[in-house]
Design a protein around this ligand. Structure first.
Ligand SMILES: Cc1cc2nc3c(=O)[nH]c(=O)nc-3n(C[C@H](O)[C@H](O)[C@H](O)COP(=O)(O)O)c2cc1C
Length: 187
């Protein structure tokens, strides 16, 4: 099998609309096997993955509704649209990074490592024919402490993202990007 990482990176898009199909368990396991290969400082392997699908989504959705209503009390349409998106997302993977007491640097490096794992899942999803988007805002619940309670997630696990996955029902165009030449200083 020829693996072309650069092609996968070029093809990868944020996919937010999914068809009704569930993601097969063997594909979920492949995503996770890929994720744990991510680089990480001193092999602390600081990640944890919470797999949320099917009946597991009920409580998540209830919390998302509470959160959105509190955050956007004057925007019922936005709340409903966001919940519709969540309803149409078959699989959520919440990713955390271990935080280490009295070691801010290592804790930060752990966030970087878990971000690498998240990106690996996103790229592997591309190869498996799945769509993915890494969310932090709104329905992702990333910055709501109640998500940790819901997942029974120990306080030292910092949530870094909620990956939304499923079979794609859209082919979004490549968002225009600023050329690297404007983002580089050759020293
Ligand atoms: C850390 C991070 C947080 C993101 N949060 C959100 C989000 O909350 N909602 C959303 O729709 N997309 C989110 N995205 C996806 C970006 O909007 C998307 O990657 C960007 O528009 C570029 O599009 P592309 O991924 O197709 O190249 C996030 C991406 C990253 C890396």
């Amino acid at each position: 099998m020829t693996i072309n990482v650069i092609d996968a990176m070029k093809k990868r898009r944020a996919i937010r609309q999914f068809d009704g199909r569930l993601v097969e368990e063997d594909k979920i396991r492949t995503l996770l096997e890929t994720a744990i290969l991510a680089p990480n400082d001193r092999m602390r392997q600081p990640w944890h993955f919470y797999i949320i699908q099917g009946a597991g989504k009920v409580n998540f959705t209830q919390l998302a509704e509470e959160y959105l209503q509190e955050r956007f009390p004057t925007k019922p349409n936005l709340v409903q649209e966001s919940l519709k998106v969540l309803n149409n997302t078959p699989l959520l993977i919440v990713i955390t990074a271990d935080q280490i007491a009295n070691d801010a640097d290592a804790s930060e490096d752990n966030v970087f490592a878990s971000c690498c794992a998240a990106h690996s899942i996103w790229l592997a999803a591309e190869e498996l024919g799945l769509g993915c988007v890494w969310r932090t805002r709104g329905i992702a619940l990333v910055r709501d402490a109640r998500l940790n309670e819901l997942l029974h997630c120990p306080p030292e696990q910092k949530v870094i993202g909620t990956l939304c996955l499923g079979y794609p029902a859209e082919q979004p165009p490549i968002p225009a990007r600023t050329s690297y030449t404007e983002k580089v200083t050759w020293v």
